[in-house]
Design a protein around this ligand. Structure first.
Ligand code: HAM
Length: 409
């Protein structure tokens, strides 16, 4: 037997019906806010991610699927969707389009992480990005879009964490303040955090190593270091969320695993997920496009981990996803098989879903199979029914049977 690659899996029916429904709702919500779909390639030049996400991040250091192609060019399976969107913006000259530009994507991402519950090496993200506005109104729109989608999936128990990681004016001061404390306690830190003192001290705030936790408590928070513009930006976002009645918690220790963020960062977590509890992460990246060689165009967005989202999808929503057919037609003998196909085609033309028992093995087997498919009703078609333009409708949940004229179905 050939197994799936570690950290990857097959998504099969009926579960895939739930995935399809979630994606359909995502598209409906995104379209209702004026977002258009962008489909970027699954592989990109490696440089896009090393420059875009940052050299000293876990993704770039440890988690990328990077390989040379046959001509020796270094390619990487996309670990996330924002750097590819920024690359596409530049490659397609999208600054000539009307702004703000509102984009969304749904698809697989790849990270070489240790697989565990809620963490896969191929996972799926549902993401949105708005490009153009520097104003915090765009941040508020992002939250409104995100919460609208989660509400449509009937979530009631998610927590939003919000912070600002500052900008090029105020972050250097904060970095220096962190570095001062970290230097003093260098001996107590893990090897990764010792390296981060110089390369990426903010990432220490996110370290999960037990030994680093006491030092983390001593670190200053960013709140006191934000410049007036970043503080005002954050205040506007908070006011916007309050006005939209979106519950959130200001967490001035929240940092993210990607280096492109400026100002607003946020996460949505669920108490029902265990260690991998983040179902969504996002934030503002005002320098990403220009850092990749494009124009100075700010952006903000989020990505939801679809695998985790589905893991904790409310039962009330799942119960409404009906994978079964409306009708499953059971010909009593092989003579009724072709009329059964005609009837199925007619029902589908009317917008109903219909299948036909193909094996001609008679009523009993056919009905058993119809029930196993999860169909709502079986339609029994025998010689006499065909003569009279009728069909026997059997409700597969209750077992109740009635004869009906085919035209009345
Ligand atoms: P991220 O926080 O790295 O952000 O990923 C977003 C979400 O993807 C996470 O909250 C999680 O639900 C899911 N996820 C990440 N890794 C895995 C994994 N190995 N298995 C299952 N799910 C996973 C980004 O990717 C940014 N591009 C988000 C963004 C968009 N920021 C601005 N725009």
């Amino acid at each position: 037997m050939i197994a799936t690659v570690k950290g990857t899996r097959d998504i099969l029916p009926p579960e895939s019906f739930v995935w399809n429904r979630v994606e359909a709702v995502a598209r409906e919500v995104f379209h209702s806010f004026g977002y258009g779909e962008i489909r970027t390639p699954l592989m990109e030049p490696t440089e896009l991610f090393t420059r875009g996400i940052g050299e000293d991040t876990d993704i770039v250091n440890k988690e990328m699927y990077t390989f040379p192609d046959k001509k020796g060019r270094s390619l990487t399976l996309r670990p996330e969707g924002t750097a590819p969107v920024a690359r596409a913006y530049i490659s397609n000259n999208m600054q000539t389009l009307p702004h703000p530009l509102r984009l969304y994507y749904i698809g697989p991402m790849f990270r070489y992480e240790r697989p565990q519950k809620g963490r896969y090496r191929q996972f799926f993200q549902i993401g949105a990005e708005i490009l153009g506005p520097e104003e915090p109104a765009a941040d508020v729109e992002m939250f409104s879009l995100l919460v609208d989608f989660l509400n449509r999936l009937e979530f009631t128990d998610l927590a939003v964490g919000l912070n600002s990681v500052g900008c090029e004016a105020c972050r250097p001061g904060y970095r220096a303040a962190l570095q001062a404390v970290l230097q003093e306690h260098k001996g107590e830190l893990c090897v990764d955090c010792v390296r981060r003192i110089d390369t990426n001290p903010l990432r220490v705030l996110d370290c999960k190593e037990a030994g680093c936790q006491p030092v983390k408590k001593l670190l200053p928070s960013i709140g006191g270091h934000l410049c007036e513009t970043c503080s005002a930006h954050l205040r506007f976002v908070e006011e916007g969320l309050n006005a939209l009645k979106i519950r959130f918690e200001l967490n001035d220790r929240l940092v993210r695993g990607l280096d492109y963020y400026t100002r607003t960062v946020f996460e949505v977590v669920s108490g029902r997920l265990g260690a991998q509890n983040a179902i969504c992460g996002g934030g503002r990246y005002d320098r990403l496009i220009s850092d990749l060689g494009g124009p100075k165009v700010p952006g903000i967005g989020f990505a939801i981990g679809q695998d985790r989202l589905i893991e904790i999808l409310p039962e009330s929503f799942k119960a409404k996803v009906k994978p079964g057919l409306d009708y499953f037609i059971v010909p009593v003998s092989p003579n009724e098989l072709l009329p059964a196909f005609e009837l199925a085609a007619k029902l589908r033309e009317q917008g109903r879903s219909a299948g036909v028992a193909l094996d001609g093995k008679g009523l009993k087997k056919g009905l058993k199979f119809a029930a196993a498919t999860g169909a709502v009703s079986a339609l029994i078609l025998g010689e006499e029914e065909i003569k009279n333009g009728e069909v026997v409708v059997k409700n597969l949940a209750t077992g109740e049977q009635v004869k009906k004229k085919i035209d009345e179905l």
